[in-house]
Design a protein around this ligand. Structure first.
Ligand code: F0G
Length: 449
């Protein structure tokens, strides 16, 4: 059989509310054409993010009842800790309320003003947390990542020669750690190859610089290695690929809101006893005691179960195939996407699709607005609205929540985007009329031109 099905059935449902075009036009006006400012009740299909939006399994819901809410030494923490140790192999597992809290603690302990932290591409919270310490976040993506149309299979790779040059010019004392984001979210959801992880890890080791993974979507990255990189389909299960990735690192930050099917949670891992002690002291100040770190015992249970389920080969086959299904069905009809489709999202190259809209008029945002107006679908701009003049491309991200939407939902999304594409000359640009000083994409307001 060649049909790849959703490897689950539905036990509990949540109704979706349809709106009329007139209602959506009003909501857009009220929200200043910023989809973050529209209530979820007015969205039909929500592709804003894959973070915290997963459907939990019956096993996860059952595990919630087993949550041990003890302040110290909770059984639920021990369960999560042993699951993480088994999979990732790190000595210390420090729970946090989500990924960015792990980042804040890591960089507060490791970075000094003037330091430099390289990555393939830093996610925006990672960059912001590094800069908060007075350090510099440097992106070193491979050259292939610059061309959205290149079908290079590992566009999340880091440019290893550029890393070597950076270490030479800055000196290893200025570089407290090297990171790799798997998969590379800001760079189009693209995976990092095992070859590249090995090369970066070896280079960091040679210079005695700790090497960390931003592991939010480690399972999707592991599966893409499994199917795209020579030798890994035959000799390694996705779980073994993931274990191998983690064995090459000294630690990781993790948001359980992605590849752990949890609605909240995260953690920080390290093998370094001295660092772990400092990190736990900081954790107690703002997150909580080290055996719960800002989470309820039941959240820790959901994460432990989710980390087991995420590496199921049937799930991963369906997950990667369903993302590619959306990508191929729009790309093969002329909508330019970031090729090849990655793990958690399809990114439309809005700059290329809407050539008549200059960057200063935010083509990605204009497209997000039009897709909502046409069909009630919410997506997010990843371009000049989000990154200002640092934006490498004008992208629109359609992130796919895990286990939430069925193929007919995705067919509806495909139809909507193809209809918008057919009348794309009519889409007009936007002018930003309210610009907040920081993280402007969350609350900026626009006016149609
Ligand atoms: N690192 C990456 C690569 C991410 O994609 C995110 C979150 C984080 C770190 C921070 O994790 O949200 O748990 O604090 N990405 C979400 C997104 C918000 O929509 O891509 P968090």
């Amino acid at each position: 059989m060649k049909t790849i099905i959703e490897p689950f059935r539905i036990k509990s449902v949540e109704p979706l509310r349809k709106t009329t075009r007139e209602e959506r036009e009003r909501r857009l006006e009220e929200a200043g054409y910023n989809l973050f400012l529209i209530d979820a009740a007015d969205i039909l299909i929500d592709l804003l993010t894959d973070s915290g939006t997963s459907a939990m399994s019956s096993e996860q819901w059952a595990a919630l009842m087993r949550g041990d809410e003890s302040y110290a030494g909770s059984r639920s923490f021990r369960r999560m800790e042993s699951t993480v140790r088994e999979l990732m192999g790190f000595r210390h597992v420090i729970p946090t309320h989500q990924g960015r809290a792990a980042e804040r603690i890591l960089f507060t302990v490791m970075c000094r003003p003037g330091d430099v932290v390289p990555s393939n591409t830093h996610f925006d919270t990672t960059r912001a947390n590094i800069e908060q310490q007075g350090a510099r976040a440097v992106d070193l993506p491979v050259a292939e990542a610059a061309d959205t149309q290149s079908k290079f299979p590992f566009k999340g790779d880091m440019d290893v020669e550029a890393l070597e040059r950076l270490i030479e010019t800055e000196g290893r004392q200025r570089i407290p750690l090297v990171m790799l984001t798997v998969t590379d979210n800001s760079g189009g959801g693209q995976p990092v190859s095992m070859r590249n992880i090995e090369a970066v890890s070896a280079l960091a080791l040679r210079h005695r610089i700790p090497f960390y993974l931003d592991a939010c979507r480690f399972a999707e990255n592991a599966y893409l290695i499994h199917i795209r990189e020579h030798g890994y389909r035959t000799y390694f299960t996705p779980r073994e690929v993931a274990q191998k990735m983690f064995r090459l690192a000294d630690g990781c930050t993790f948001s359980a809101k992605k590849d752990a099917f949890a609605n909240i949670g995260g953690f920080l891992c390290t093998n370094d006893d001295r660092l772990a002690e400092q990190e736990k002291n900081l954790l107690i100040l703002t997150e909580g005691y080290p055996t719960y770190g800002g989470l309820a015992g039941r959240d820790l249970e959901a994460i432990a179960v989710g980390l087991e389920e995420i590496l199921d080969p049937d799930y991963l086959e369906y997950r990667i195939a369903s993302t590619a299904y959306l990508g191929r069905h729009i790309a093969d009809h002329g909508v330019p996407i970031v090729e090849p489709p990655g793990g958690h999202a399809i990114y439309i190259d809005a700059g290329r699709m809407l050539e008549h809209i200059p960057r200063a008029q935010f083509p990605g945002q204009a497209l997000a607005v039009e897709i909502y107006r046409h069909a009630g679908i919410r997506s997010v701009e990843i371009g000049s609205v989000m990154f200002g003049d640092k934006a490498r491309h004008e992208l629109l991200r359609l992130a796919i929540p895990r286990r939430v939407y069925t193929q007919s939902h995705i067919d509806y999304v495909v139809e909507a985007i193809l209809e918008v594409n057919q009348a794309k000359e009519r889409i007009r640009g936007l002018e930003m009329i309210h610009e907040p000083r920081v993280l402007r994409h969350f609350s900026a307001r626009f006016r149609p031109l």
